[in-house]
Design a protein around this ligand. Structure first.
Ligand code: FAD
Length: 302
């Protein structure tokens, strides 16, 4: 349903709606996929997942950052999250969006912010993943990762399978811990596959490549066909469990998350929290329009 996908992606990019949503707290069903609005709430969610043998990667939600003061505020919040993870002794690491830390304002400023975050996480032996966003931020994010890794080894990023150059990038960055995803944004046909089958085929190829040749692999998907393929592939190629993990988003396919953890696979849930939930939530609706029922149910039951 590409029309619906485009509609939600378009909504996700609307700054006015984003600001309005922040004022009204978690609405429209967002609370089922966002683990609260503050640190105590997210720590409770992590503890609950940890109890089931699931580790977490925490995203302090934030988008549309065009002022340095907002990026500094986001950085300080992320530093607080790192402290809280350490203090509570929970099994979690950090995911950050470079745009939230000022990438669209000033590259060097963003680099400094990230260095503080990765440095603090390094003290606690905690990994930091730089989430990948839109095409214009793709290479700058790889560059940030490379530059940070001159000082710290606890940083990695994401490979988006819809990009034609994903294979080239995964080869170039194979020595990093990488999360591999299909890709969540709308990218033009001259740079990215548009057809689901093409994306799925490339996704599998990238996962296999990194499992065989790369550092640690995070396979981030809710697609059971891909997960079943991975299970078979690691068995046939004797790839040990400590070389990879499966990741899913908080609130999605909860039964399957528990099952995979129970089966003994390293499983990591991506746990977003905070007031800035709107863009994240709209992208989730774009990926899977069936989730619209989350919205309509909420509207009709309030
Ligand atoms: P889809 O192609 O959405 O689904 C494939 C099939 O799986 C569906 O047809 C259906 O049969 C089944 N399925 C999917 N979801 C469900 C469900 N909820 N319930 C039941 N069946 C279902 N994107 C980025 O661009 N940058 C990032 O940094 C990034 N980080 C991510 C981190 C994590 C942990 C995850 C899980 C995703 C991330 N994404 C990121 C989003 C990703 O790119 C995809 O847009 C998103 O995961 C949807 O693709 P999918 O692989 O889950 O499968």
């Amino acid at each position: 349903m590409p029309v619906l996908r485009d509609f939600f992606i378009h909504l996700s990019e609307n700054q006015l709606l984003n600001s309005a949503a922040q004022r009204y707290g978690l609405k429209l069903g967002a609370q089922s996929v966002v683990a609260g609005t503050n640190i105590p709430e997210v720590i409770e969610s992590i503890k609950e997942l940890n109890r089931h043998g699931i580790s977490c990667t925490v995203d302090n939600l934030g988008e549309f950052v065009y002022e340095k003061s907002e990026a500094t505020k986001a950085k300080n919040q992320i530093l607080d999250v790192i402290e809280a993870i350490h203090e509570h002794g929970v099994d979690a690491h950090i995911s950050v969006k470079p745009s939230q830390l000022g990438l669209d304002i000033d590259y060097d400023f963003c680099f400094d912010n990230l260095m503080e975050i990765v440095g603090k996480a390094h003290e606690y032996n905690m990994h930091v993943n730089l989430d990948q966003e839109t095409l214009d931020r793709l290479q700058p994010t790889f560059d940030l990762m490379e530059k940070i890794s001159e000082t710290y080894d606890n940083v990695g990023t994401v490979i988006q399978a819809y990009f034609f150059n994903a294979k080239e990038n995964i080869e170039k960055y194979k020595d990093y811990r990488l999360r591999i995803v299909k890709g969540a944004y709308k990218e033009p046909a001259n740079v990215a596959y548009q057809d689901k089958n093409d994306i799925d085929l490339n996704f599998i190829e990238l996962i296999e490549y990194h499992l065989l040749h790369g550092k640690f692999t995070s396979i981030a998907t809710h697609d059971h066909n891909v997960i079943n393929h991975v299970k078979q592939f690691v068995k046939e190629n004797n790839i040990p469990n400590d070389k990879f993990e499966i990741q899913m988003l908080y609130g999605f396919r909860k039964e399957m998350q528990l099952e995979l953890a129970k089966e003994g696979y390293n499983f990591c849930t991506y746990v977003p929290f905070g007031n800035d939930w709107y863009g994240y939530f709209m992208r989730r609706l774009a990926e899977r329009p069936q989730n619209v029922k989350l919205v309509t149910k909420q509207v009709f039951t309030k």
